[in-house]
Design a protein. Structure first.
Length: 233
């Protein structure tokens, strides 16, 4: 997560940020017109852990429009009706060993220093706590408000080397990766350097390719999800 940079113009991000106020409607639109065909098995596993342990405390790091629960608080760098803590993930304002688990969905690619965020996550988790991270491997540049890196399975194992990896799996396949890459290629090629036209073409191509190719194949990693447990001290 990072502090908002209002001097950097990004029409797609501005539209996305405006739609955030729609809450669950925005989440529905992401599923309906988004190019990523997700396997959310590990997300559901984490949610089951949260539901099965109502007295334990969990945190969503970079919640976006996600709704929290009594035992699952939301942290984001933007204000929102669903946000409980507004903070930079590089400096999480919570005490050491204070949480039983964290989740973070499609956030670390937007982080300047992911190693610092992982260290912060270690600091706030209790021994034996659970952590779930969803991180892209093959996606085009998508500033929200910026975009810094991608991760392979090997890269994730190194990044989370102080965690015990319970499960690491692909969340999407080559079809959803190709849809997004083709969308970006067409919108760049046909916009002739005009940013507003690029944004419009990107949105139109996004929708067209989604409905022409709703195929799922997990043989190629488009997104990677990891669920891990903090090793006992």
């Amino acid at each position: 997560m990072c502090k908002p940079n209002h001097t950097k113009k990004n029409l797609i991000f501005d539209i996305k940020n405006a739609l955030r106020s729609l809450g669950r409607t925005y989440n529905f639109l992401q599923v309906v017109i988004g190019p990523v065909l997700r396997n959310d098995y590990l997300e559901k596993q984490f949610q089951k852990i949260v539901d099965d342990h109502p007295k334990k405390q969990f945190l969503n790091l970079g919640c976006g429009t996600s709704r929290g629960k009594a035992n699952l608080k939301n942290l984001d760098c933007y204000l929102g009706s669903n946000v409980d803590v507004v903070a930079d993930l590089h400096q999480i304002p919570l005490a050491d060993n204070s949480l039983d688990g964290v989740t973070s969905v499609a956030v670390l690619e937007h982080i300047k220093e992911p190693t610092i965020v992982v260290k912060e996550t270690l600091r706030i988790l209790k021994p034996g706590a659970i952590a779930h991270f969803n991180i892209p491997f093959m996606q085009p540049y998508h500033a929200s408000p910026d975009d810094f890196q991608r991760f392979t399975s090997s890269g994730l194992r190194h990044l989370f080397r102080n965690f015990e990896i319970i499960e690491l799996q692909s969340m999407g396949g080559p079809a959803s990766a190709m849809v997004w890459l083709t969308t970006e290629f067409l919108s760049i090629s046909l916009s002739f350097g005009i940013k507003q036209l690029h944004a419009l073409l990107f949105i139109l191509a996004y929708i067209h390719h989604l409905w022409s190719l709703r195929i799922k194949n997990n043989s190629f990693k488009e997104q990677i999800s990891i669920i891990s447990e903090l090793e006992p001290a």
